[in-house]
Ligand binder design. Structure first.
Ligand SMILES: NC(=O)c1ccc[n+]([C@@H]2O[C@H](COP(=O)([O-])OP(=O)(O)OC[C@H]3O[C@@H](n4cnc5c(N)ncnc54)[C@H](OP(=O)(O)O)[C@@H]3O)[C@@H](O)[C@H]2O)c1
Length: 256
C-alpha cells in the first residue's frame, strides 16, 4: 500500500508496453489515490496488454513516446500538460539491452563493440531519462511531494563491476546514473519537492533478462509483480534527503 502519495496523485511511466514498465502502470492503477496514470510507449499499436488495461480503466491514458526521439518527448510532455498541470511520480522504465532487429546484443568482448549499438543504447538508457526530465520538468514544478525515479541496473555501477563485458549497457547505465545524480543536485536547489533517484530492480523475469536467466538461481529471479511491489515500496519510503541516491529493490545503497 502506498502511503506517501496523496489522493489526486498523477504518474507517468515510460516503457509501459511490457515488462517492468507495464507492471508499474498496473500497480499504480491498483492504488486508488492515483487519479491518472500516463503510460508512455513507443508503439501503442504493438502494446496489446496496455491496450487491454486501457479499455477497462478510464484513469489510464496511453501516450506515444519513443524516448530516443527528443521531439516525441517534447510532444508527449505537451500532450500530458493539456490534461494536468502536475505529476507526482515519473518512472523511467524504458530501457534496452538487446534488440535483434537493430543488431544489438550485449558485448562479450571488445571486438564486439560497435558505434551504432553504443549510440542506440546511450540514446535510450542514458539520454532518454534526462530528456524526459528536461521536457516534463514543468509538470513537477509544484509544491506537492514528487518522485523522479529512473530504473537503472546494478551492472551500471562502476564500483561493482567485476565481470566486465556488456560495454554499451554498462556504460549507458553508468551515464544514466551520473545524469540522475547531476539532476538531483540541480533540483535540490530549484525543485525541492522532487526526490530524484536511480533504482536497481533486481533480476526480473522479462524479455530483457530472458536470454541470461539460465545461471540465475530461482530465488533471485523476481516476477514483475514482486519487482514493482518492492520498487514502489522503496519509492513510497523516500524522503527528500534520499535525492541523488542509487538504491536497490530492498532499499540498500549501491556504489556508483
Ligand atoms: N529485467 C531485468 O532483470 C532488469 C535488471 C536491471 C535493470 N532493468 C531495467 O529495467 C527497465 C525495464 O526493463 P524490462 O526488464 O522491463 O525490459 P523489457 O521487458 O525488455 O521492456 C523494455 C521496455 O522499454 C521500452 N523501450 C525500449 N526502447 C524504447 C524507446 N526507444 N522508447 C520508448 N520505450 C522503449 C520497450 O518498448 P517496446 O515494447 O516498444 O520495445 C519496453 O516497454 C530497463 O531500464 C532495464 O534496463 C531490468
Amino acid at each position: 500500500m502506498l502511503t506517501a502519495f496523496p489522493d489526486g496523485s498523477r504518474a507517468l511511466v515510460t516503457g509501459a508496453s511490457r515488462g517492468i514498465g507495464l507492471e508499474f502502470v498496473r500497480q499504480l492503477l491498483g492504488a486508488s489515490q492515483f487519479v491518472q496514470v500516463f503510460a508512455a510507449c513507443r508503439r501503442p499499436a504493438l502494446a496489446p496488454q496496455l491496450a487491454a488495461l486501457a479499455s477497462q480503466e478510464p484513469r489510464l491514458r496511453i501516450v506515444a513516446l519513443d524516448v530516443a526521439d527528443e521531439s516525441q518527448i517534447e510532444a508527449a510532455a505537451r500532450e500530458v500538460a493539456a490534461d494536468t498541470d502536475r505529476l507526482h511520480l515519473v518512472v523511467n522504465a524504458a530501457g534496452v539491452l538487446h534488440e535483434a532487429a537493430a543488431g544489438m546484443a550485449p558485448e562479450k568482448r571488445l571486438a564486439d563493440v560497435r558505434a551504432d549499438t553504443l549510440a542506440a543504447s546511450f540514446a535510450v538508457n542514458a539520454f532518454g531519462p534526462l530528456l524526459v526530465a528536461k521536457h516534463f520538468e514543468r509538470l513537477l514544478a509544484h509544491r506537492d511531494r514528487a518522485v523522479f525515479a529512473s530504473i537503472s541496473a546494478r551492472v551500471g555501477s562502476i564500483g561493482d563491476n567485476r565481470l566486465g563485458g556488456w560495454y554499451a549497457y554498462r556504460g549507458a547505465k553508468a551515464a544514466q546514473n551520473m545524469f540522475t545524480k547531476t539532476l538531483s543536485v540541480e533540483w535540490a536547489r530549484s525543485r525541492r519537492n522532487v526526490t530524484c533517484v536511480a533504482l536497481h530492480p533486481g533480476t526480473t523475469d522479462t524479455d530483457l533478462s530472458q536470454p541470461f536467466q539460465a545461471n540465475v538461481p530461482p530465488e533471485k529471479l523476481f516476477s514483475v509483480e514482486r519487482t514493482v511491489r518492492q520498487l514502489l515500496g522503496v519509492i513510497d519510503g523516500l524522503v527528500p534527503g534520499d535525492t541523488g541516491r542509487f538504491l536497490a529493490w530492498d532499499g540498500s545503497e549501491i556504489p556508483w
